[in-house]
Design a protein around this ligand. Structure first.
Ligand SMILES: Cc1cc2nc3c(=O)[nH]c(=O)nc-3n(C[C@H](O)[C@H](O)[C@H](O)COP(=O)(O)OP(=O)(O)OC[C@H]3O[C@@H](n4cnc5c(N)ncnc54)[C@H](O)[C@@H]3O)c2cc1C
Length: 416
């Protein structure tokens, strides 16, 4: 079958790879000159196989009020006269109940653990190097009360594979010696030894190269404009470089998916949630961590990528405004330099912003649509790298007429 994949982010690239392995003739259309140059470019770098969790938690409404009006708030809703934004914000807040959080959490871990297995298989088969580390993740907490509450929450999980080690700061420093400089500022940590980290852009570019070697065609520098529907099917897609036809189409444009879909009458609640990262060169310095870090009070993650330290976080609801806010990137740098004063040269830090394609329940949308030959692989939110390989595999299985290896309840478009 001829399959067109829309978008060469980590999600579209993984889908193209699996579709090719399933024997299809695959073309990827991407407006940038290479793969993984938008949201998949400089993310937090954590493969949260065992810690993937929805952001819609019962604590979010309280956090929004606590930080209201502050430019450096971890969650910042800049509400505009945009009905899609208000609707998304209300739908998101409705997900912030314990019951809905626990449901989404279960679905999230089902996909993240499956996807982790797929990622390991792919990197071994294709010999992909992406500054990966398998040192685990330490979640740091400032007070004993916060640590106890978080530990109790994690231990509720019936499967002990997901239970972290609760550690005091002395043990945390044994796990990650670079924490010695800020040992006194935290009460303790939860250690998740199985989670990994690495450079999502390097991974995406290497996976695209492997897919290309195996026969996938990447049409870079081509902008999609409109899908051509005919009755129950999609016939073709119009681009700035002409019309492309295929037998099946995969929507993986991340935050831009709803813009094309609504022109053919499909409404999906995906909204861009802007996040930021800073990347600090660490060469010549010895104070950067190797273990990945999650700083609980400001919701910032840090990962070591070779001779660089990446720190990422914050969520800003502000439409498709891609500008980089100095106050928000400085806030991430402040937290990082306070934790690891000897990590690198702050003046040389690279600043970046990207749009997380968020659904209200923070889970992706996978599988069929009302058009018989249009499939979704989009809305991967804050955990898209972690979910990408599993999602690509699932979508390739569906298109090939095979039963996916995981249960898809909670992940299909009909839940909205
Ligand atoms: C600050 C931050 C930190 C994060 N940290 C992590 C983390 O630690 N771990 C994790 O798992 N995830 C993390 N994420 C989430 C993850 O990066 C995303 O979920 C993932 O990159 C989304 O991939 P995607 O392929 O769906 O989207 P994208 O990477 O945005 O790809 C979509 C592609 O579609 C193309 N496109 C769009 N419109 C058109 C058009 N009209 N024509 C042609 N091409 C088009 C774009 O150019 C783009 O390349 C983070 C995100 C952010 C912002």
């Amino acid at each position: 079958m001829r399959v067109l994949v829309f978008g060469a982010g980590v999600v579209g690239t993984a889908a193209a790879y699996y579709l090719n392995r399933a024997g299809h003739e695959v073309t990827v259309i991407e407006r940038n000159p290479g793969a993984g140059l938008e949201t998949s470019f400089a993310n937090g770098g954590i493969v949260s196989a065992f810690t993937a969790r929805p952001w819609a938690t019962p604590e979010v409404p309280r956090m929004l009020l606590k930080w209201f009006g502050r430019q450096d708030a971890p969650y910042l809703f800049r509400l505009r006269p945009d009905w899609a934004q208000w609707r998304w914000a209300l739908q998101f807040l409705r997900q912030c109940t314990r019951e809905r959080f626990e449901h989404s959490q279960k679905v999230s871990l089902r996909l993240s653990t499956y996807s982790y297995g797929c990622l390991k298989e792919v990197r071994e088969r294709e010999q992909i190097q992406y500054d990966q580390r398998a040192d685990g993740v330490l979640h740091l907490f400032q007070t004993q009360q916060q640590l106890d509450a978080a530990a109790a929450e994690e231990m509720r999980h019936p499967d002990s594979r997901f239970h972290p080690e609760t550690v005091g700061m002395r043990r945390a420093v044994e796990i990650e010696p670079a924490l010695a400089a800020s040992e006194g500022r935290y009460a303790g940590a939860l250690f998740f030894p199985q989670d990994e980290s690495g450079d999502a852009h390097k991974f995406t570019a290497a996976l695209a190269a492997a897919a290309e070697r195996q026969g996938v065609t990447f049409r870079y520098g081509v902008s999609l404009r409109r899908l051509q529907a005919n009755g129950e099917r999609i016939e073709a897609v119009d681009t700035d470089q002409g019309r492309f036809e295929a037998d099946a189409f995969v929507m993986s444009l991340g935050s831009f998916s709803p813009l094309l879909l609504r022109k053919i009458g499909i409404r999906v609640p995906i909204y861009p949630l802007k996040g930021y990262s800073v990347t600090i060169p660490t060469d010549g310095h010895d104070g950067a961590p190797c273990v990945a870090i999650h700083e609980g009070s400001r919701r910032i993650v840090m990962s070591r990528l070779g001779e660089r330290l990446r720190a990422a976080g914050t969520a800003e609801l502000t439409g498709y405004d891609a500008s980089i806010s100095a106050s928000r990137t400085e806030a991430i740098l402040d937290v990082t330099m306070a934790l690891f004063p000897g990590c690198g040269d702050r003046a040389k830090a690279e600043r970046w912003a990207g749009f997380r394609p968020m659904t209200p329940d923070c889970l992706p949308i996978l599988g069929r649509t009302r058009y018989a030959n249009l499939y979704m692989d989009t809305g991967h939110g804050s955990t898209g790298w972690t979910y990408a390989c599993g999602s690509g595999r699932v979508v390739a299985d569906i298109i090939s007429g095979r039963e996916p290896e995981i249960d898809l309840s909670g992940l299909t478009a009909d839940r909205f």
